[in-house]
Ligand binder design. Structure first.
Ligand code: GLN
Length: 192
C-alpha cells in the first residue's frame, strides 16, 4: 500500500485530507492518506502534502519535530500549496526555515494589500482551474530544472521540479481534484 501523508502541524490540513481521499477513491488507487505529526509518521510516507497556513510557524514546527531534516533527506514527492509552496523554496523575502527542495525564489503575501484574498480562473494542464488565493505568494525566479505549470498576470504561480510540485493557490478549497490526482500519480510512479 502506498501512503500519502498530510503534514499536520498547522494550516488547512483537513481540506487536503478530504480532497486527497476523494481523489484516491475516484482513481481507485491502492493508496492511503493519513496525517503526519511526527518523524515516525513521516517515515511511513511515500509522498506528503504541505498545506496552506503560516509558513513561518509550519517551518519552525518542522524544525522542532525533526521533520524538516528528515523530509529533506527522504526524497519523496511533495506537494506544497501556498505556505507549503513557500516552504519548498530555496529563498524567500523573509527570514524563516525552508526546505529548499525547489530551486526557486518566492515572494510572500505578494499580490498586494488590496488583493489579500481573491478568486480567479487560472490555467493549468491546458485547462481552467479555480484559483483561490489567500495572502498568496508568487514565484519571482526559478532555476533551470524547474518547469512552470502556470502563470497568472505574468507571475509564476505553479511549478514542478522533479518530484516536487508547488502551487501559490489552494486547490484543496475548490473541490477540483485535478492537481491532487496529478500529485498522486507522481507518488504512485515513484513508489513503484
Ligand atoms: N502568507 C502565508 C505565508 O507566506 C501563506 C498564506 C496561505 O497559506 N494561505 O506563510
Amino acid at each position: 500500500m502506498t501512503n500519502i501523508g498530510i503534514l499536520n502541524l498547522q494550516g488547512d490540513v483537513l481540506e487536503h485530507f478530504e480532497i486527497t481521499k476523494k481523489a484516491l477513491e475516484d482513481m481507485d488507487a491502492k493508496a492511503d492518506v493519513f496525517k503526519v505529526k511526527t518523524t515516525e509518521n513521516l517515515s511511513k510516507c511515500d509522498g506528503i502534502i504541505i498545506s496552506g497556513g503560516e509558513s513561518t510557524v509550519i517551518g519552525k514546527l518542522m524544525e522542532k519535530t525533526g521533520i524538516k531534516d528528515m523530509l529533506i533527506s527522504q526524497n519523496i514527492p511533495v506537494l506544497g500549496t501556498c505556505a507549503g509552496m513557500v516552504l519548498l523554496a530555496k529563498k524567500t523575502d523573509y527570514k524563516q526555515p525552508l526546505l529548499g527542495l525547489i530551486d526557486m525564489e518566492v515572494k510572500r503575501n505578494a499580490f498586494g494589500r488590496q488583493k489579500v484574498s481573491f478568486e480567479d480562473e487560472v490555467e493549468i494542464f491546458g485547462g481552467k482551474f479555480k484559483g483561490v488565493f489567500i495572502r498568496a505568494p508568487y514565484i519571482e525566479k526559478v532555476g533551470e530544472n524547474v518547469d512552470i505549470l502556470s502563470e497568472y498576470n505574468e507571475k509564476i504561480i505553479a511549478v514542478k521540479s522533479g518530484k516536487f510540485i508547488a502551487t501559490a493557490f489552494h486547490p484543496e478549497l475548490t473541490g477540483d481534484t485535478k492537481i491532487h490526482k496529478y500529485f498522486i500519480k507522481e507518488v504512485l510512479k515513484c513508489a513503484e
